[in-house]
Write a protein that binds this ligand. Structure first.
Ligand code: SAM
Ligand code: DTB
Ligand code: SF4
Length: 365
């Protein structure tokens, strides 16, 4: 029986990937049932909090400033907009909000302060908060953790060898360093990649080898099928077939048995039968909602219909882990705590009470 401590060589992973398809699915489904409730699917909602204008050159990405894509760019959203989107996502059945920013890296500026407040706001709604903001220092990761961040998404995207064909403005090692910074801060790690970018099967195996050798393994592994976007260097890339997606999901499930395997970008091109095979092969999460970050995704109702037909149910938040506390270091800074409280309706009463107490104390001096 596989455990999360089993380490596989590249040759072993390749042999798993190349098994006769139905044998592979059967084995993955068996491992899946040893570690997860096979009816539960974790539902995440993506929210692009800052769209486009990114300095990086990731060949797949519609948000890179240097490519001429048709996306609508946006500055960083307001806290109120994020709160409204989170409430809607939760009402629709999402347990996690993943906020994405088209940044190369996080900078210690007002925008980061606003993101920290977004994290606190969504955490208060009892949703798992995930961010994907580009590269992070250890200190920035720590501050996100203190604000209540549950997960950090940072994909390695492909194998170390193929990486330089896809991105030249940062290195594979930079990616690993950020993942390690998030881990050191106590945030759970979401890291996966994309298939259909002209990579070989060996590259897919190499990517899974790196992910499965992270210590500990990532809690979430998103498997994306490239969404080819006009204007990007990969606009004409040959799409990955559903069979390749099933093989990728099944292999991920077998070598990272405890991880949440997320069927991510590319579902719009998949039939319900194809997705059903992916769930059978161990996928247990999706991004729901009619938009990913900038590209379309299946309609929410369509996904709920699929869940009904397949007998799947959305997973409750924090079932695999504890809700992160907003750390005292933040609560103890009254000026910040007040700023957050005052910005929300309903807290005005608390503000008045606190002000009355303060006034009373002053009068008694
Ligand atoms: N800027 C941050 C970063 O690069 O980590 C966060 C946002 S970035 C858009 C998050 C991930 O989305 C990428 O690492 C990539 O795996 C995925 N992605 C972006 N464009 C995609 C596309 N066209 N098809 C599939 N996945 C894509
Ligand atoms: C992940 O692995 N895929 C998501 C999320 N993590 C951030 C992003 C998919 C983006 C697809 C292209 C777009 O919509 O811009
Ligand atoms: Fe920028 Fe992230 Fe897109 Fe790369 S994937 S261009 S870093 S937004």
């Amino acid at each position: 029986m596989s455990t999360s401590n089993t380490k596989y060589s590249k040759e072993e992973i390749l042999a798993i990937y190349n098994k006769p398809l139905l044998e592979l699915v059967y084995e993955a489904a068996t491992v899946h049932r040893q570690h997860h409730n096979p009816r539960e699917v974790q539902v995440s909602t993506l929210l692009s909090i800052k769209t486009g204008g990114c300095a990086e050159d990731c060949a797949y990405c519609p948000q890179a400033a240097r490519y001429h894509t048709n996306i609508k760019t946006n500055d960083l959203m307001s806290i109120e907009e994020v709160k409204e989107a989170a409430i809607n996502a939760k009402a629709a059945g999402s347990s996690r909000l993943c906020m994405g920013a088209a940044w190369r890296n996080v900078k210690d500026n007002d925008d980061f302060e606003r993101v920290l407040e977004m994290v606190r706001t969504v955490n208060e709604l009892n949703m798992e908060v995930c961010c994907t903001l580009g590269m992070l220092t250890e200190n920035q990761a720590k501050r996100l953790a203190d604000a209540g961040l549950y997960a950090y998404n940072h994909n390695i995207d492909t194998s170390e060898e193929h990486y330089k064909e896809i991105i030249s403005t940062r290195s594979f090692d930079d990616r690993i360093q950020t993942i390690s910074n998030a881990r050191k801060a106590g945030v759970t790690v979401c890291s996966g990649g994309i298939i259909g970018m002209g990579e070989s099967v060996e590259d897919r195996v190499g990517m899974l080898y790196t992910l499965s050798n992270l210590e500990p393994q990532p809690e979430s592994v998103p498997i994306n099928a490239l969404v080819p976007v006009e204007g990007t260097p990969l606009e004409d890339a040959q799409s990955a077939s559903i069979w390749e997606m099933v093989r990728m999901v099944a292999t991920t499930r077998i070598i990272m048995p405890k991880a949440t395997v997320r069927l991510s970008a590319g579902r719009l091109q998949m039939s319900m039968e194809g997705q059903a095979l992916c769930f059978m092969a161990g996928a247990n999460s999706i991004f729901a909602g009619d938009k990913l970050l900038t590209t379309p995704n299946p309609e929410f109702n369509q996904d709920m219909q699929m869940f009904n037909i397949l007998g799947l149910v959305p997973k409750e938040p924090f079932k695999d882990g504890k809700k992160p506390e907003v750390k005292d270091s933040y609560k103890d800074r009254p000026e910040t705590a007040e700023k957050v409280k005052w910005s929300r309706p309903g807290h005005v009463i608390e503000k008045n009470k606190a002000a009355e107490e303060k006034a009373k104390a002053l009068k008694n001096l």
